[in-house]
Design a protein around this ligand. Structure first.
Ligand code: ADP
Ligand code: MG
Length: 304
């Protein structure tokens, strides 16, 4: 099958591994920088060019769209979808997953466990907003932060209020959560492909921090998630419409809680911690789904 990896940088570990896994399985694969794809939109068809030449005929695309280019990247991905390429994560699902608040609402509505979260706008409401959440410590997060940057711990109500005032002054979008102390600075990254967790690691925050992100100096080791953790991770990805997702869970007294669902989960940390060929699992899933879609389209054509 002809595959495209939508990625700004072919040298990144995740991109390289996806290319390698696709080639090993006999597929033709090309890395396309989404910012070099340009589109022609017309009611008689969709066209796309890449660095001066038309591109078409990709059976599937694997999107690796960074948070800084969500809008343009998703427009390009949508064009691929309209031109008949399969993507495990649709443009709509990626745009949805990037908004933490929205994800929390969608997941909570379906009964998925989450830290209790509050969100408000007007400074006059801050006292009542924090009363709705409960006593500190509180975790305050920028709505579109990644890699642990933009996640703060306020141990006292006065610190929560001051942080909230500061963020409001900067016109930042943020949410406030209960702090899950019993997690002791650890979380679980479950790498979901289709309806399976293909690999999982437990990340531990460095001493003196509560954020377990590897970019913040966290350490990782392989872990076997419980039945409840697997179910939660797979359901969360499914509810957001993501075929490939990194679901971050935290272990709490009341069971697994979802912290976030990442639509472009990195491969380096998880492959190194677990030794599992995650890139291969992604490629195999994408190719199987794309072939199924092609088969269905052909059958629909024969029927009509
Ligand atoms: N409510 C919470 N209680 C305890 N620890 C938390 C909470 N929220 C986040 N953390 C810690 O902070 C890390 C980063 O938070 P997360 O919501 O995943 O933001 P980011 O998108 O920046 O990774 C998590 O991996 C976890 O270790
Ligand atoms: Mg995270």
């Amino acid at each position: 099958m002809k595959l495209a990896i939508l990625s700004r940088n072919g040298k990144l570990y995740s991109t390289r591994r996806l290319v390698e896994a696709a080639r090993q399985r006999g597929h033709s694969v090309r890395v396309l920088d989404p910012l070099r794809c340009y589109l022609r939109i017309s009611s008689d068809g969709f066209d796309m060019h890449y660095k001066g030449k038309p591109i078409a005929g990709y059976g599937a695309v694997v999107p690796r769209i960074g948070a800084s280019i969500t809008r343009y990247g998703c427009a390009v991905l949508r064009q691929f979808e309209l031109m008949g390429s399969y993507s495990p994560n649709s443009a709509a699902a990626i745009a949805r997953a990037r908004d933490k608040l929205r994800c929390h609402q969608v997941l909570a509505a379906e009964g998925i466990g989450l830290p209790v979260t509050v969100f408000g706008d007007n400074p006059d409401d801050t006292a009542d907003l924090l009363a709705m959440l409960g006593p500190p410590p509180h975790v305050i997060k920028l709505n579109e932060g990644t890699q642990g940057a933009g996640v703060m711990l306020a141990e006292k109500a006065s610190a929560s209020r001051a942080t909230i005032e500061t963020l409001r002054g900067l016109y930042a979008n943020f949410l406030v959560q209960e702090f899950i102390a019993e997690a002791k600075g650890a979380d679980l990254r479950c790498f979901v492909v289709g309806d399976r967790v293909v690999a999982a690691m437990r990340r531990q925050a460095p001493k003196g921090d509560f954020r377990s992100n590897l970019h913040r100096g966290g350490s990782a080791r392989p872990v076997r998630p419980s039945r409840a953790e697997v179910d939660t991770a797979v359901r969360a990805a499914g509810l957001l419409g993501l075929g490939v997702a990194g679901v971050d869970l935290i272990r709490s007294k009341r069971g697994p809680l979802v912290l976030e669902v990442n639509s472009s989960p990195g491969l380096e940390g998880i492959e190194q911690a677990t030794g599992i060929d995650v890139a291969g699992a992604v490629v195999e899933h994408v190719v199987a789904r794309a072939a199924g879609l092609q088969h269905k389209r052909n059958a629909d054509l024969t029927d009509s």
